[in-house]
Design a protein around this ligand. Structure first.
Ligand code: URA
Length: 240
């Protein structure tokens, strides 16, 4: 037996919170009857409908994808640009990305049809590390790197402590490569942090998400997460 909102979220219909709203709004039926209470439990034999559409219990799937640059992190794009899910034509489940990477950012992106898992990982209180490699304009001083680490005041508040390391620099071109590790996931955060120290990002790639890396993958390739990796991520997020 599982909670109704969890089953709806797992089926890829909505986040758990949205599923709760839909239940309260009377949009959900169990065995033909509208159910408005949260927390009722349903079994595999119960027939669930959301706004008249039967909820099929999908097998949960979890992918680690190396997103190329020039691809949008959503299921589809109204401007007709390439979307991350275009790389999974053979997957019948309705998968969607866990968080997002900018159109111009490449790197590690998780995709799943497990709404609850996605919400757990994306919750702002979770402290999952994300490591980025940025090619930037300019050669930041030690103090500038230190300020990235201590926290930078952006328009949506000060950033949490981070780690910044210079990997290489090109004096002639006036550019450098920096590894920046952050815990948060604000919109365009890395680009805005570098912007704030006067070193705009020229290229950005996410190298690592928690213990997961791009190892063995080329841009545009994906692999399934192992059951153990999914479990580890869940434990990390639940304990943070
Ligand atoms: N920070 C950014 O600025 N862009 C991304 O795509 C991810 C993190």
């Amino acid at each position: 037996m599982e909670r109704l909102q969890k089953v709806i979220a797992h089926a890829g219909f909505a986040s758990r919170r949205k599923a709760e709203e839909m239940i309260l709004d009377g949009k959900v039926k169990v065995n033909g009857k509208v159910v408005k209470e949260l927390g009722i439990k349903v079994s595999a034999t119960d027939r669930i409908e959301v706004e008249g559409i039967p909820v099929e219990k999908e097998e949960p799937v979890y992918f680690l994808f190396y997103k190329p640059r020039g691809v949008i992190s959503s299921v589809q794009d109204e401007k007709g640009r390439k979307a991350v899910t275009d790389y999974f034509p053979e997957i019948k489940q309705r998968i969607y990305p866990v968080g997002r990477l900018d159109y111009d950012t490449s790197g590690l992106l998780l995709l799943t049809n497990d709404g609850e898992f996605a919400n757990l990982l994306m919750h702002p209180r979770n402290e999952i590390e994300k490591e980025y490699i940025a090619k930037i304009k300019g050669i930041p001083s030690k103090e500038q790197l230190r300020s990235l680490e201590k926290g930078i005041v952006l328009e949506d508040g000060k950033t949490a402590p981070a780690r910044a390391k210079m990997l290489s620099l090109d004096k002639r071109k006036g550019t450098s490569i920096i590894q920046l590790t952050i815990h948060e996931g604000r919109n365009r955060q890395v680009r805005r942090m570098f912007e704030a120290i006067g070193c705009p990002v020229m290229k950005l790639r996410r190298e690592r998400y928690a213990f997961l890396t791009l190892h063995g993958l080329k841009a545009g390739e994906a692999r399934e997460l192992t059951a153990h990796e999914v479990k580890q991520l869940r434990v990390m997020a639940e304990n943070s």
